[in-house]
Design a protein around this ligand. Sequence first.
Ligand SMILES: C[S@@+](CC[C@H](N)C(=O)[O-])C[C@H]1O[C@@H](n2cnc3c(N)ncnc32)[C@H](O)[C@@H]1O
Length: 230
Amino acid sequence: MVDFTFNDDFVYTHDNPYHEKLAEFSHFVLRDKEAEKFKGRWRQEVFANGRPIVAEIGSGHGDFMAAYCSDHKEINFLGMDFRFKRSFQIAKKLAQLSLSNFRYLRARGERLNYMFAESEIDSLFYFFPDPWPKRKQQKRRLFQEHFLETAYKVLRPGGEIFIKTDHDGYAEWMMEIIAKQQLFELTFFSNDLRGEFPEHFLSQYITKFEKIFIGQNMKIKAFVLKSKKG
Ligand SMILES: C[S@@+](CC[C@H](N)C(=O)[O-])C[C@H]1O[C@@H](n2cnc3c(N)ncnc32)[C@H](O)[C@@H]1O
């Protein structure tokens, strides 16, 4: 099956009242393909600095984004999620921050290749992706071979992807793709991040979904992938 989200022909639909409502935050929110206009120009034209760029796919309720931006004023942060209402809620929250080191994209993670030029970003965060657990649904998972090729392209040499998931099946799925592709080195993995590595920086941040999963006594799986690009 061809997923057109990854292609030139892809058109965002925005027949949702929250699309218009998001315009209220146009000083830091970019909707649909607006972000794609800045491909290759984020540092110069958007942030007007030469600092590292980190991107997060599926920012959800923005807990990680808000905390990380505040802890790391030395970076430029691009959060993204495609859900409309959630994007509006996160924008309201971000608007309260007295920080200028971020932008929020109402956009899809499949579009990395259209949003970023070769090696433009330094790291990528991807926390608690939708697991699509049934076999028939798995093709909807964002983490596919093609996705990893795209991430490899837009990340700088040695750039990293940080992933957390509650879902054993998705963790195994990712592990298989990483091993098959050989584009990234798996530099860190834990089946029980908080039990085994409470001091790891990934244990220092807790997202909304992570709280729910921890409340259900689920172990958090974590990956750090480092690009092998020379
Ligand atoms: C399970 S929630 C996790 C949210 C947040 N990372 C957390 O840990 O609380 C998954 C989020 O990813 C978003 N998402 C799923 N697929 C996406 C995609 N292809 N591009 C952008 N966002 C996506 C969903 O809209 C949702 O907000």
